[in-house]
Design a protein around this ligand. Structure first.
Ligand code: SF4
Length: 219
């Protein structure tokens, strides 16, 4: 807090407003339109986003990079891939000749790309019919690492399988099973899936020793 103004809150409000503005708009009643980002992450989270949603925890401007690039339409693109009765929709951050490029923020540069990013990039390659893809990770300090991928059929079959699973579960109003992963730590539905994040009071070694002593005293 500086003076009368809570700058932390002002920044948080700005991140929330921009985040809401740039996130892909989903019609929760249209079960036959599935968005690529919904199936490369936990399906249970995507299900809750459509049924009984809760605001996500937005912590940094850095995490808004991909959405901002798509919004600015600086070489970005929207497309869809028909799967019988279902439309799979996706957005690429940048399309250059025969390549799709996606940008991701990272606290530290990864040694290998995250599986969800590989699935997303590959999905975009099928949606936009491109053969090459690049993921670029950028840290808050401006360091970057890039990884390339060629269009992969097996990986896309996994996307298609997940699209059908989510579509069926939405139609049947059945909550998908837990998909425990690192994603859970920043998920707004953590408490629905697991225990509350914080317990009322930490139990310390002193508490335990104290209990032992008092028991001994009684004895
Ligand atoms: S807490 Fe984990 S399992 Fe539960 S919805 Fe979120 S990401 Fe999925």
């Amino acid at each position: 807090m500086m003076g009368d103004r809570d700058y932390r809150q002002l920044i948080k409000n700005a991140i929330d407003s921009i985040g809401k503005d740039i996130e892909p708009k989903i019609d929760p009643k249209d079960n036959n339109t599935i968005h690529l980002h919904e199936v490369v992450r936990c399906l249970r989270r995507s299900y809750y986003d459509r049924n009984d949603p809760k605001e996500p925890i937005r912590t940094s401007f850095n995490n808004l990079m991909s959405g901002l690039l798509q919004k600015m339409e600086y070489g970005s693109g929207k497309g869809e891939f028909p799967l019988e009765n279902i439309k799979l929709k996706g957005q690429a951050d940048m399309i250059l000749d025969d390549a799709i490029i996606i940008f991701r923020s990272a606290t530290e540069l990864p040694d290998t790309p995250f599986s969800s990013d590989l699935l997303y990039l590959n999905g975009c390659m099928w949606i936009f019919n491109k053969i090459d893809g690049i993921i670029i990770y950028i840290t808050e300090k401006g360091n970057e690492a890039s990884f390339s991928l060629t269009k992969n059929k097996r990986m896309f079959e996994e996307i298609v399988r997940r699209v059908r699973v989510l579509n069926d579960l939405l139609d049947e109003k059945k909550v998908p099973i837990l998909e425990p992963s690192q994603e859970c730590m920043s998920c707004q539905y953590y408490e629905r899936c697991f225990i509350p994040r914080k317990i009322g009071r930490q139990i310390t070694i002193d508490d335990l020793l104290g209990r032992k002593i008092s028991k001994k005293n009684i004895e």
